[in-house]
Design a protein around this ligand. Sequence first.
Ligand SMILES: Cc1cc2nc3c(=O)[nH]c(=O)nc-3n(C[C@H](O)[C@H](O)[C@H](O)COP(=O)(O)OP(=O)(O)OC[C@H]3O[C@@H](n4cnc5c(N)ncnc54)[C@H](O)[C@@H]3O)c2cc1C
Length: 431
Amino acid sequence: MTKLLKKYDVVIIGGGTSGCAAAYNCAKLKLKTLLVEKNNYLGGLMTGGLVIPVMKSSVSELNTDYYKKLIKIAKKYNAQITYSDKNDGWLNPEILKIALVDLLTSTSTKKYLNILFETSVDEVIKNGRNIKKVILNSKLLSIPVVSKYYIDCTGSGEFSKKAGCKFLTDNSVKQENSLRFIVGNVDIKKFTKFILETDKDRDITNTNRDDINNDVSSDFELHFTTASTKNTDKVWALDKYLKLGVKDGSLKETDRAYFQLFSVAGAKGEVAFNCPRIKNFNNDIYKSSLSLISGYKAIWRLYNFVKKYFPGFENSYIVNIATVTGSREERRIVSQYIYKKVDLIKSKKFKNPVLISNYGIDVHSNKNMSTHKKDVTYELPVESLISKDVQNLFVSGKLVGAEFEAHSALRVQKSCMSMAEGIAKYISKLI
Ligand SMILES: Cc1cc2nc3c(=O)[nH]c(=O)nc-3n(C[C@H](O)[C@H](O)[C@H](O)COP(=O)(O)OP(=O)(O)OC[C@H]3O[C@@H](n4cnc5c(N)ncnc54)[C@H](O)[C@@H]3O)c2cc1C
């Protein structure tokens, strides 16, 4: 659309993982759509949070068109690779900011979509159980907007809270947060050789080329993934190095909790860290800030540790620290149907499914709850994405109305995108 409208069919708050998918699909279905993003880039956790990869999950083709489009456009920007496990969701978080803009302003969407960056919601004005109008706040401007439907894709539920929705409080344990970072100028070949020799567990350590001992030509993009964690019964190959780091004072004991590294698509020499884990105090800003302080200190320790112990990191340096804190769970909305753990385990069927996945329960906690299993295929009903309290409000992404453990399975990126695609189709039938 060439100019801002006063009235939309759909206003989407949050241009992250699911918000971009919702905006793309609504516009493609010819709904007059406004996407409101508080940052100056799209992608949310996928870009600002440095969260890679898109976990390999769905076994079915339900609502996966947007994901396929995203992979196609990421390929165009050399911001995607496919691993030997056939997961094609390894993306470059920085270049994805450009690819997402390209995707959302493509010919099939640009006629129906407005995007407002650096804009948030000031006020939600209701008429009974309906949202009548929202007042957006962008720099020095106050912008009133009216829409038939609203989709909260903020992850934190900031918009739903302003609209007076309730949230689930069914669990006292929270998923841990992470503050992710990227290190550059790593000799990937040298490090990959080292981990392939050190860690024979091919579920954990993986590359896109197993015959590493043969010469890898300079234009071949070599990739690896590896990890170590201490909260299971398993002996992890890299843990002996982490223990040495703790012994010589380079690391703290807490740094051993979760340690995961992978190279970055389209960025030769860059390694992304899915750590350090930091405590989740999302309901206490003071403790939350202390937690971030501990995260920055841990990044410095981890960086110096890899430089000291891992061949290939000798001349490396930190190139990026996530500008979005990695919160796996913030709020979960009280939806028309609260999705249960038993629904997932028993593969319950629903009349209006928005996604079909087999990504298992995956709780990141220091209390031995990492129960990641991948054995059932399950459905999520659209009713878990419809607010119980406000009639014209939907949610998508990690705000989904689900029990704690069920949520830990549903929150992965591909599922967040399928939810958004499903919601867009559902709304288009209502209009
Ligand atoms: C540390 C970590 C590791 C993970 N690892 C993986 C993994 O390996 N693979 C995988 O598939 N999934 C992984 N996940 C899960 C997955 O990344 C998230 O659950 C998913 O990206 C959430 O998508 P979302 O759309 O709900 O939120 P987000 O992507 O966070 O998007 C929310 C958007 O809303 C915007 N916003 C917030 N408030 C406002 C407001 N008031 N006004 C306007 N805009 C607003 C934000 O700026 C952001 O752009 C991980 C998550 C974390 C935290």
